[in-house]
Ligand binder design. Sequence first.
Ligand code: SF4
Length: 408
Amino acid sequence: MPIVANPGHVDAALERGLDGRGVSREDALSFMRDAPLGALLHTAAAVRDRFKGRSVSYSRKVFIPLTHLCRDYCGYCTFRADPQVGVRPYMTPDEVLAVAEAGRRAGCKEALFSLGDQPERIFPEAKEFLQTLGFDTTLEYLAAMSELVLTKTGLLPHSNPGLMGEKDLRRLRETNVSVGLMLESASPRLGRPGEAHWKAPDKVPALRLRTIETAGQLSMAFTTGILIGIGETAEERVDALLAIGAAYRKHGHIQEVIVQPFRAKPDIRMALAPEPSNEDLLRTIAVARLILGGEMNLQSPPNLLSQDYPDLLKAGINDWGGISPVTKDFINPEAVWPQISSLAERTAKAGFVLRERLAIYPEFMPGPEFTPAPESSSRPDFIHERLRPYVRKLQGGDGYARGESDPC
Ligand code: SF4
C-alpha cells in the first residue's frame, strides 16, 4: 500500500491534473508514490470522460507475424526465434496474402504487421531469403508486403517493425496508415547484463526516441507506449511517459499510448520475475492519463487482465487496442482475446459504448469528407495522399469504421 506522505500536496496535484493538460514530473511522482488509489482513478476517469466521452474504441485486426527472427534477446519475449532448419525465416508473399484475406473475410480492417528487429544484421538465413526475393532489408520487404495487402485486400496496414530510420519511415508512409514502436522504458539501465534489455541493441531508449521523433517530423500517426514490470522504477516509468508526452506536444503525431503489463511465461529469461499487480497497472494507467492529458488515446489490452479487464476503464483508458477474430495474440500467446461480442457487452455494462475504429484514429484524418475533432483542426495531414481512397472506403462520417462489423 502506498504511504500517504503529504495528503495536502497530493490533493492539490490531483486538482491540477483535472484540467487534462498534463502534470509536472513532481506531481506525477506523487501520484505513483502517495496518492490514494481511489482518488487517483477517479481523477483520471474524470479527465477521460470530459475529453473522450463514454466511447471506448477497438480495432478489428488480423495479426501478420512477418518474421519471428530478431537480433535482440529481450528477457520477456516469447515472440522471437532463432533460425531453425526446415522453418522458413519469413512468411512468403502468398502466406501473407492468405492470412490478410482470411482477416478481410472476417470483417477485419487493420493488417497488423509484427516482426522482429533487423534480423538480417546477424542471421545469414534472413539475408539470403530477402535477397532471393530482391530485398536488402526486412524493412524493405515489409513495405512490399504492406503494399501487397493494401492493394489486394484493402486492409489498412499498421506495422510494428522495431527501430526505423527516416528512409524506412518515408517508405512505410506510402502504405501504412500508422506505425508503432513501443518505447517500453526510458531507462538505459535496463540494458545492463542480466536486465530485461540485456543483449537487445534496439532497446536503447535514445534510439527509440529518435524513431518517434523522426516519425513526428514526417507527420506519421504513431503508436507507442510503455511495458511495466520489467525492472524499471516508478521514477523511470514516469520519465518514459514524460518523454512520450514531450514528443506528442512537439509534433502532435502520437495517436495512442499503450500501458502494457509484463506477463511471466515459462520459456523466457524472466520466467521467475514477479508480474506487476493489478493495482500497480491501474495506478500507472491513471498516471499516464494525467501526464498525457485528456486528448491522448490511452490503451491497455484486455486479454492481459483476464476477467477483470473492465477495471481498466476505471483508470482512464478509452481504447482496447486491436482485437483479432482470426489470429491469436502472437506476443502473449497464452492470453486469448475476448470475443468482440463479449467485449461489447462488458463495455456496455461498465457504462460505455464500444466503437470500432480503424488503424488510424478519427481525429487523425482531416479533410472535407471527414469530421475532425475540434481540437484537431490545426493538425497536419497524417495520411499519405494515395492511402486516402482506401481509408475513405472503410471510414464512416464520424471517423470510426463505416458500418461497424457485427460482433462475433
Ligand atoms: S520484444 Fe521485440 S525486439 Fe525484443 S526480442 Fe522480442 S521481437 Fe525482438
